[in-house]
Design a protein around this ligand. Structure first.
Ligand code: PNS
Length: 166
């Protein structure tokens, strides 16, 4: 079975992430969505919350598995016999960071490929940081996160849902 991994912090998951995961699941037999503890970032949501949002947003997708991960992606990929890491690329600004990770993973696990799927135009500028920033000022994040988890994310980021646009 051709297994690929979509790794990330997903803090929180956005419409852009969901688009990439869905397109990966249409292309490969099995997709593992790996929610990593990224030591370089202080997360806003706990691992459990991030997984809860992903499970809701990806409900019904039979070939998608969601897991919490610690340690090296290259090692986890080997453990799960994954053939590739699949990531979304929005703009050139993503490229340097993603290229560095792809080369590092290749060095750590030479059998592992990194494949990039280009972002859909409507999600070109969507990021988890932007969602958190807009929501923290009470702005409308409806277009940026999946509808089924919008209220939960908004309420959590806006402190009870007050002072926001719906
Ligand atoms: O959504 P993010 O924060 O850009 O995802 C980054 C992530 C989690 C994919 C990256 O930090 C990662 O692969 N972490 C696991 C640790 C690891 O393997 N580090 C070496 C390669 S950079």
């Amino acid at each position: 079975m051709q297994t690929v991994i979509c790794p990330g912090s997903f803090d929180p998951v956005t419409r852009g992430h969901i688009d990439i995961i869905k397109r990966a699941s249409n292309t490969f037999e099995r997709v593992i969505v790996a929610v990593f503890v990224n030591k370089a970032k202080v997360p806003c949501f706990t691992i459990e919350e991030r997984i809860h949002f992903l499970k809701k947003a990806l409900a019904g997708m039979e070939n998608v598995e969601i897991v919490a991960c610690e340690g090296l992606l290259a090692d986890y990929a080997r453990e799960r016999n994954a053939i590739a890491v699949v990531k979304g690329l929005r703009a050139m600004s993503d490229f340097e960071y993603e290229f560095q990770m792809a080369l590092t993973n290749k060095m750590l696990n030479p059998d592992l490929e990194t494949l990039f799927i280009s972002s859909s135009t409507e999600n070109m500028y969507v990021s988890s940081s932007m969602v958190k920033s807009v929501a923290s000022f009470g702005g409308n994040i409806r277009d940026f996160v999946p509808e089924c988890i919008h209220d939960e994310i908004r309420d959590r980021l806006c402190g009870g849902g007050k002072n926001h646009e719906s």
